[in-house]
Design a protein around this ligand. Structure first.
Ligand SMILES: Cc1cc2nc3c(=O)[nH]c(=O)nc-3n(C[C@H](O)[C@H](O)[C@H](O)COP(=O)(O)O)c2cc1C
Length: 189
């Protein structure tokens, strides 16, 4: 089984990542060979990264106890689906902070993006592709870019269209392919 994390990249009240992440989880949970888990950054209130050493020199000796738990959680995952908004043409700070806390735990693992915004969150995803490249992750070309999701969210549910269903299916298939390949690679097969 592959351990797949669906990460909610925003934390504010009334966030769109909640309903959209729920929709992604419904699909991820049905995928054969996947053990999908929702990782809600609201449950991981990491302070702004403020360690005296860069992550690679820390050897896991974080001053923040929650960071050690965060490290364990991410180390146990084989692939990621990041559900992200676009804040001022970029990624949400809370998401970048959660990424910055770790290094090896992300490395050689694939990541897919489900984004949303006035331009489908495209500018946020472009920035994130650069960030995950530095973490030595493999970013999936396929992605879901939801236009103006606030028109499709009612009563905490995201009413998705056929196009988004298809795009999510293609994205998850690509992620699955890379997750297996990279897991074998990490396992030395
Ligand atoms: C601080 C802030 C900056 C924003 N900047 C952008 C932006 O640059 N582009 C865009 O498409 N939407 C922008 N929006 C609108 C968001 O797409 C919209 O509020 C979305 O629901 C935010 O995601 P969230 O609900 O998960 O927090 C911004 C929203 C906030 C709160």
């Amino acid at each position: 089984m592959l351990n797949i994390a669906v990460i909610l990249g925003t934390t504010r009240p009334n966030r769109a990542s909640g309903p959209i992440g729920k929709w992604v989880m419904e699909h991820a949970a049905k995928k054969e060979g996947w053990n999908a888990e929702l990782i809600d950054l609201r449950d991981w209130p990491l302070p702004f990264f403020n360690e005296p050493q860069p992550v690679m020199a820390l050897n896991g000796e974080y001053s923040v106890p929650l960071a050690k738990e965060w490290s364990k959680k991410i180390a146990g995952m084989d692939a990621f689906i990041v559900v992200t908004a676009e804040y001022n043409h970029g990624y949400p700070a809370v998401l970048k902070n959660a990424l910055d806390y770790l290094y090896a735990e992300w490395t050689n693992k694939p990541v897919a993006f489900v984004a949303y915004g006035n331009a489908g969150g495209a500018r946020s995803v472009e920035q994130l592709r650069e960030v995950v490249g530095e973490l030595q992750m493999h970013d999936i070309r396929e992605a879901v870019h939801v236009m103006a999701p606030w028109f499709a969210i009612k009563d905490e549910a995201f009413t998705q269209g056929e196009v988004y269903e298809k795009k999510l299916g293609m994205t998850l298939s690509q992620l699955d392919w890379w997750a297996k390949l990279l897991k074998d690679g990490r396992d030395g097969k």
